[in-house]
Design a binder for this molecule. Structure first.
Ligand code: LLP
Length: 414
């Protein structure tokens, strides 16, 4: 069953190994909470994307995991970057990803961020409002540059995922309404310092069915036809990210082959290059979070396993009630039913609720699976907790790729 999460996860002599590395030895060296990533898994997923989308530009969604070393690996694999802030742009460039492979989305880009991106000559701005178009035109003029834009169109479909991560529905803040898209394209064409090169859509994240993609792509392809009829030829059709991963043992992922078929079905006939922005489906199951059990307590008949990782380290369960599978670092046969909770002073600080959990005691370790995407990148210092270390594993070798924060780090902020 573990192999279905990652082919690189396995118990050897009763101890969990990831990408050939004994995780017990690893936590003894680096402590907990500890994020670990399998380089082999990341490269394999990147190559599967490349194999299926040979002619596409693949832009890794940096928001899912911004570790510089992972960005370098993805850059080496030929990926570009999908960024949503000046910070993500800066780090992607530092990781060696060229501006010409960077796309920039986001509803609230600041002047400073836009200027930075213009200066770096990024591939295109995925523009989310008319005001943004005008600002981009003005700033491009002041910097004597012509900026490439694509317009993010909201296809207004329900991706049947958690409402907080559904972005293509009618009342969300993202993109431009489908019904006004043509009008906005016509306006954009009149702006002298902009070159209209593409269309962008992203309907949501953690999607496990093909039908929402089909609905959205149908609508976007119709729009592309209408644009062509108006003489607006698009160089790029950017379909965003969104492919879900296995979090629960029973979850079934969409295969990249099936996804490719859907993309081809709607867009094969267009003279445009496809851009994809996958995040979770590249790194999600390449990462796990290891935590140490502090205490076990029973309260009013309920079992609580209290561990040293909290909502500040992995926010997803608290924010979206997300399920993350939990396994023992040591293979075991005994289980308890209860809540896995962190040390944070919030009732919402839990990692698993009412779950069959490995029967462990103080000092033992638990591994929280599928933590490679939106894990560390959503972490914080709440309760003034130093953020965890991150370690990269590769075929039996390992490397610290972000050191654990220290109390002294806190002083540097003030
Ligand atoms: N492109 C755009 C414009 C996006 O907004 C996103 C994700 C992606 C690409 C990448 O989507 P992916 O392939 O990773 O599904 N924090 C949430 C997920 C928020 C996703 C936001 N946008 C979570 O932990 O589930």
């Amino acid at each position: 069953m573990l192999k279905e999460f990652s082919p690189y996860l396995e118990y050897k002599d009763g101890i969990l190994h990831f990408d050939g590395v004994n995780l017990l030895e690893l936590v003894r060296e680096f402590g907990t909470p500890l994020y670990v990533y399998s380089e082999s898994h990341v490269r394999e997923r990147a190559r599967e994307y490349k194999k299926n989308f040979k002619d596409a530009l693949l832009c890794f969604a940096v928001k899912s995991n911004y570790n510089l070393h992972l960005l370098r690996i993805l850059g080496e694999e030929g990926f570009g970057a999908d960024v949503v802030s000046g910070g993500e742009l800066y780090l992607s460039l530092k990781a060696g990803i060229k501006g010409e492979k960077i796309v920039y989305a986001g509803v609230g880009k600041t002047e400073e961020e836009i200027k930075l991106a213009i200066g770096e000559g990024i591939l295109m701005f995925n523009v989310e409002s008319e005001e943004e178009l005008y600002l981009l035109d003005e700033l491009s003029k002041s910097l004597k540059k012509r900026s490439r834009v694509s317009i993010r169109v909201n296809p207004q479909i329900d991706p049947r995922t958690h409402p907080y991560i559904a972005t293509g529905i009618r009342n969300s803040k993202f993109g431009i309404e489908y019904s006004r898209a043509l009008e906005v394209y016509k306006k954009a064409k009149t702006l002298k310092n902009l070159e209209v090169v593409g269309i962008h859509c992203h309907i949501g994240s953690q999607i496990l069915e093909l039908s929402p993609f089909e609905e959205a792509f149908y609508k976007i392809s119709k729009l592309c036809e209408e644009l062509l009829n108006l003489g607006i030829e698009l160089k790029y059709i950017d379909l965003g990210g969104g492919l879900g991963i296995k979090y629960r043992p029973e979850d079934e992922e969409i295969s990249l082959e099936d996804y490719r078929r859907v993309v081809e079905k709607f867009f094969k006939g267009f003279p445009s290059r496809i851009v994809l922005e996958p995040g979770r489906s590249v790194v999600g199951n390449a990462g796990i979070l290891i935590t140490q059990v502090q205490f076990f307590k029973q309260k009013e008949g309920k079992n609580f396993l209290i561990v040293d990782a909290g909502m500040n380290d992995l926010l997803r369960p608290s924010l979206y009630s997300s399920y993350h599978h939990v396994v023992g670092l040591r293979e075991g046969e005994e289980f308890v039913v209860g809540d896995l909770v962190g040390p944070i002073c919030e009732s919402g600080d839990f990692l698993a609720k009412g779950r069959k959990l490995p029967k462990v005691k103080r000092g033992d370790y638990l591994c929280i699976l599928s933590a490679g995407a939106y894990g560390f990148s959503m972490s914080s210092n709440y309760n003034l907790r130093p953020r965890p270390a991150e370690v990269l594993l590769s075929k039996g070798n390992y490397k610290l790729i972000r050191r654990r924060e220290t109390y002294q780090d806190f002083l540097k902020w003030f």
